[in-house]
Ligand binder design. Structure first.
Ligand SMILES: Cc1cc2nc3c(=O)[nH]c(=O)nc-3n(C[C@H](O)[C@H](O)[C@H](O)COP(=O)(O)OP(=O)(O)OC[C@H]3O[C@@H](n4cnc5c(N)ncnc54)[C@H](O)[C@@H]3O)c2cc1C
Length: 439
């Protein structure tokens, strides 16, 4: 039986495995997915997780539960030698081992791309994982608790000043959601007022959200400003040492939460392999998702999602390639599964082609923005569209149900405002009072 190795069980990898289960006959191939995480993360929900509108575990899809005919390995692929068709798999505990495959599918996604700005690596947090989203939620809630005990002054300002760097889709969504959460919290903290909370989004370009039209992006900036959240355009973060924000405009203030959403780059693990990469470090693939080098197709190697430079045959992609988003990753995963099955059966592969469906963003409870071509929808209707689309798009009915039920409960009971950052040190309470042997 041919062995198919899928590196990364996120969007593209999960869908490839899921569809292979559907389209491969029993005994036709043996599929293994390797990911250090036992779940696929539905990243478009991360801003709502950070805002307490979705419970963290509901926004991830357990690989073992939903991939019933796939071998799931919770470990990291740390090397690929395609010449010998061997991958090195490194588990969290135990020795690494070599895995021999017949076909490899690289869907290892992307990581936050940062610049060497002083203080960013030490003080900022990204928004690519469920753990980051949960930590942002806890930080906002925890800071409200701490600030409510303090008199007005620099320390209280620092705790209640929140910064997002990067005005792309993810940045604007998390910014809007954080503002929404903070505003909803104020009624529980009589000692704090709306004016005590400060929100800054820093964007180097002259506009935000390139996926929507300029008028729609300007509407979003105005809406955020009305809600007390300031967008700094044409501004760069110069320093974030010890949480002291210094902007290229000369403005400076302190913040206890800096969320970095200024772009992504292909997972660097690929740089140590013999697979062909383009200048930005992405895997070189042709439109049917087979890996290519200067001599043509590299047999038995495939790539999709954020990690791969997939030609956009609609002609609308940035630099001729598909932009890194879930819309593409899901469909590429499905196409990739079909093409592998075709190759195994000696049939022709088909090129990946997808016309952009538009973009929909949630900007906090009851506020959204949608754009498709010249059609723009803003406000409450767009927010329902955002929830409707993503509520249906998260894979499996089990997950859709959990998210939808949680939304209904939050509508009836409002979102949960408990912070659980103490879970990071769960033994403290026990250890403090535990009896120890007398010396
Ligand atoms: C906050 C946020 C909001 C977003 N909102 C939208 C949206 O509204 N619409 C939209 O279309 N897109 C959205 N996106 C983008 C979208 O989520 C990504 O483009 C998509 O997740 C890419 O899928 P992927 O499979 O390539 O990577 P991922 O989903 O990131 O999966 C990669 C997987 O590879 C694993 N991995 C990494 N390294 C290794 C290794 N060495 N070995 C094994 N496994 C490895 C990772 O653990 C991960 O599970 C959003 C992204 C973010 C961060």
């Amino acid at each position: 039986m041919p062995k198919i190795l899928i590196v990364g069980g996120g969007y593209a990898g999960f869908y490839t495995a899921w569809k292979l289960e559907k389209w491969l006959a029993r005994g036709e191939a043996d599929v293994t997915v390797v990911d250090p995480l036992p779940y696929m993360t539905y990243q478009p929900f991360l801003p709502e997780v950070a805002a307490g509108s979705i419970e963290p575990r509901h926004a991830v899809v357990a690989l073992r539960r939903h991939l019933k005919r796939t071998n799931v390995v919770t470990a990291r692929v740390t090397g690929i030698d395609h010449a010998s068709k061997t991958a090195t798999i490194t588990p969290p505990v135990g020795e690494p081992w070599e895995f021999e495959y017949d076909q490899i599918v690289v869907t290892a996604g992307s990581v936050s791309r940062t610049f060497p700005i002083p203080g960013v690596a030490d003080n900022a947090i990204g928004l690519k994982t469920i753990e980051e989203a949960t930590a942002i939620r806890d930080r906002i809630l925890g800071n409200f608790e701490k600030a409510s005990n303090l008199p007005a002054g620099p320390e209280r300002d620092r705790l209640l000043t929140f910064v997002v760097v990067g005005g792309g889709f993810a940045g604007i969504e998390i910014f809007g959601e954080m503002r929404s959460l903070a505003t909803s919290l104020l009624k529980y903290y009589p000692s704090l007022s709306f004016e005590d909370t400060h929100f800054h989004l820093i964007e180097a370009m002259g506009r935000i959200m390139p996926e929507v039209s300029l008028p729609t992006s300007q509407w979003v900036i105005k809406n955020l400003a009305q809600r007390g959240a300031e967008v700094h355009l044409n501004t760069q973060l110069a320093s974030a040492v010890d949480g002291r924000i210094e902007l290229s405009t000369g403005e400076s203030f302190e913040s206890d939460l800096i969320v970095w959403t200024a772009g992504v780059m292909a997972t660097p693990m690929l740089r140590g392999t013999d697979l062909p990469l383009e200048e930005r470090g992405r895997l070189r693939v042709q439109a049917d998702l087979r890996v290519v080098n200067d001599d043509g197709v590299v047999p038995d190697a495939w790539g999709a999602g954020d990690v791969a430079a997939v030609p956009d045959l609609t002609g609308k992609g940035v630099g001729g390639y598909c932009v890194p988003n879930a819309q593409h990753a899901v469909r590429q995963g499905k196409r990739l599964a079909k093409n592998i099955v075709a190759v195994l059966r000696g049939e022709q592969t088909k090129d990946y082609y997808h016309e952009n469906l538009g973009a929909v963003a949630g900007l906090g409870l009851g506020i959204g923005a949608f754009q498709s071509g010249n059609l723009a929808v803003k406000g409450l209707l767009a927010w329902f569209m955002h929830r409707g689309y993503h509520g249906l798009a998260i894979p499996t009915w089990e997950r859709k149900t959990r998210v939808a039920v949680n939304w209904v409960l939050n509508f009836l009971l409002s979102r949960d405002i408990v912070e659980l950052s103490a879970r990071e040190h769960p033994r403290v309470a026990f250890e403090t009072f535990a009896s120890r042997p007398k010396s």
